[in-house]
Design a binder for this molecule. Structure first.
Ligand code: ATP
Length: 212
C-alpha cells in the first residue's frame, strides 16, 4: 500500500524549500503527501499571516499538480495543533496504511519538546528531511529512542504501519520562511524563493509587506 506522508508546519508563508522537499520525499517514498498547516503551533510564536491567509497561499502554491495536497484539519480543530491528535485521527481513517511524518532536520531535533512525543512512533514512521544551514545535534533521549528504529530503504516503511525512522536525502535548499518575511518586510521581492502562484495576487503576500 502506498504510504501517506504528512508534512506539517506554519507555512508562514509556504516557500519553494517546503514544496521541493515535500515533492522529493513523495518521490523517494512513493507516497502521497499532505501539507498540513498548524493553527496554534505549541512550540512557536504566533504566525504573521492568519490561518485563512496561509491556506490561501498554500492553495495558490499547490495549483497544477496532484502529488501534494492540502489538509486543513488542524485549522478546523479548536486549541493547539498537537501532532499526536492529528495522527490518532489519521490512523483511525487510514487503517493499516503506513503513515510517514515528514520533519525537517532542524525541527526533528526538537521532537522531545512535542506533546506525547514517544507515542508518535506508535502511530507513524518519521522521515527526516535534510536541511542545510542548520547544525543539528540530536538530544540523547531522542538518539536513544530512534537507535533501533532506523531503516535505510523506503520499502522498509511499507512493511509495518509505523515506528521506523528514515533519513531522506532531499536536495538541500537553504530557504526559510523567516528570511522571506524579512525580505518582504524590507521591501524586497523574493520572487524565486516562493511559488509563482503567490505573485499572481498581490494580496497573498500583503501580511508580510512593509507598509510604507
Ligand atoms: P520559519 O523560518 O518561520 O521557522 P520554516 O521555513 O522553517 O519557517 P515551517 O513552516 O516552520 O518553515 O516548517 C515546516 C517544516 O518544513 C519543518 O519540518 C521544517 O523543518 C521544514 N522545512 C522548512 N524549510 C525547509 C527547507 N528549506 N529544507 C528542508 N526542510 C524544510
Amino acid at each position: 500500500m502506498k504510504p501517506l506522508a504528512i508534512f506539517g508546519g506554519t507555512f508562514d508563508p509556504v516557500h519553494l524549500g517546503h514544496l521541493s522537499v515535500a515533492w522529493e520525499a513523495s518521490e523517494l517514498l512513493d507516497a502521497d503527501v499532505r501539507l498540513m498547516p498548524a493553527s496554534v503551533p505549541p512550540h512557536r510564536p504566533a504566525p504573521t499571516a492568519s490561518a485563512a491567509q496561509r491556506v490561501a497561499m498554500l492553495r495558490a502554491a499547490l495549483q497544477g499538480q496532484s502529488r501534494l495536497t492540502l489538509d486543513t484539519r488542524e485549522l478546523e480543530r479548536a486549541g493547539p495543533s498537537y501532532t499526536i491528535d492529528t495522527l490518532i485521527e489519521l490512523r483511525a481513517e487510514q487503517g493499516a496504511r503506513p503513515l510517514v511524518l515528514l520533519i525537517g532536520a532542524d525541527a526533528f531535533a526538537g521532537l522531545p519538546g512535542w506533546h506525547r512525543w514517544r507515542e508518535l512512533f506508535d502511530l507513524a514512521h518519521i522521515g527526516i528531511l535534510s536541511r542545510p544551514g542548520v547544525g543539528v545535534v540530536l538530544p540523547d533521549e531522542l538518539q536513544r529512542e530512534i537507535a533501533d528504529r532506523r531503516v535505510d530503504t523506503a520499502a522498509a516503511l511499507c512493511e509495518v504501519a509505523a515506528g521506523n525512522v528514515i533519513d531522506l536525502a532531499v536536495t538541500p535548499l537553504e530557504i526559510s520562511a523567516t528570511r522571506i518575511r524579512e525580505l518582504l518586510a524590507s521591501g524586497r521581492e523574493p520572487r524565486y524563493l516562493l511559488p509563482a502562484g503567490l505573485f499572481d495576487d498581490f494580496d497573498l503576500l500583503s501580511p508580510y509587506r512593509s507598509r510604507r
